[in-house]
Design a protein around this ligand. Structure first.
Ligand code: CUA
Length: 308
């Protein structure tokens, strides 16, 4: 009856309780209004008519106390039941971190994949959103899923949902707590993917890399993946060789040999760091096998190339 999508089980339940309350209110509003108008007319002033002396009517008083009490307490427990289902995520839920800040959303998936203003979820899977704020109050609201909860600075809040088959496709989410002048622009797209599409999206690590030139993407990975803790990009020496000016040069290894710094060498150094150790450094680098995607490796190589 409402012209909106019901993308989750909550949607059906919440619409049902909402419409029930609506029609219950309509019923009593119409009933009480008509009774008021009718009695006003029926017992209007008439010359010579005297109102009989009334004290009370026990049967009537019991009815108008007991029936509304049953209705109101019933609604309370109905609401609590729905709220408890929403408040506590089932144990086997995929956990996605949601960070709100003025005025955008970032999402982080279990494997470390991050995206900005774009949330992908697999269909028919329990999704638990663990939410935090970097600045002020926000509220992550996905209308089609009927989920909405405040995000409070310095605290974690959570909400969960399970998108159904007819929800496959694109939805919107929005911030539902006034958070400054960009509040009304604080939208993210929510994509409900089939299992195969979701895997494909995860394999490329989202589409964030498309927003950057390869060397800029590499610089971001240098920072995010922790390369920056050992490799400087300004020529200063750290626990690992600096990246500045090494591309295309021959570097001396600790076994006396030399190797050309090219794509193959850089890639091997990420995947099997112990294979070739640069002279003067300890073999302390961990492998990044399985931790870097192709687009990230390409980005890092482009970044090293750009550091003349
Ligand atoms: Cu964030 Cu309003």
């Amino acid at each position: 009856m409402l012209p909106v999508n019901q993308g989750s089980d909550f949607a059906r339940e919440s619409d049902f309780i909402y419409m029930s309350l609506f029609w219950l209110s309509v019923f009593f509003f119409v009933g009480i209004t008509f009774a008021t108008v009718y009695f006003s007319w029926r017992y209007r002033y008439k010359a010579g008519r005297v109102t009989p002396h009334q004290t009370h009517n026990t049967a009537l008083e019991v009815i108008w106390t007991v029936i509304p009490t049953i209705i109101v307490v019933g609604i309370f427990f109905w609401g609590v039941n729905g709220y408890m289902k929403f408040a506590v995520a089932p144990g086997e839920a995929m956990e996605i971190q949601v960070v709100g800040k003025q005025w955008l959303w970032t999402f982080e998936f279990p494997d470390g994949t991050r995206s900005v203003n774009e949330l992908h979820v697999p269909v028919n899977k329990n999704i638990r959103l663990v939410m935090s704020s970097e600045d002020v109050l926000h509220d992550f609201y996905i209308p089609d899923m009927r989920i909405k909860r405040d995000i409070v600075p310095g605290r974690y809040t959570q909400e969960w949902f399970r998108a159904n088959d007819q929800a496959i496709g694109e939805h919107v989410s929005t911030c539902a707590e006034y958070c400054g002048k960009g509040h009304s622009d604080m939208h993210a797209k929510v994509f409900v993917d089939t299992a195969a599409d979701f895997d494909k999206w995860m394999a490329t690590g989202g589409t964030e890399y498309l927003d950057y030139a390869p060397e800029a993407w590499g610089k971001i990975q240098w920072d995010r993946k922790g390369c920056s803790t050992c490799h400087s990009t300004d020529g200063s020496q750290n626990k690992g060789p600096t990246w500045k000016g090494i591309w295309g040069t021959m570097v001396k290894l600790n076994n006396g040999q030399s190797v050309l710094v090219d794509e193959a060498y850089v890639r091997e150094s990420m995947m099997q760091p112990q294979a070739k150790i640069v002279a003067g450094f300890d073999p302390i680098m961990p492998t990044f096998q399985g931790l870097l995607r192709e687009n990230e490796i390409r980005g890092l190589i482009a970044y090293i190339k750009s550091l003349k």
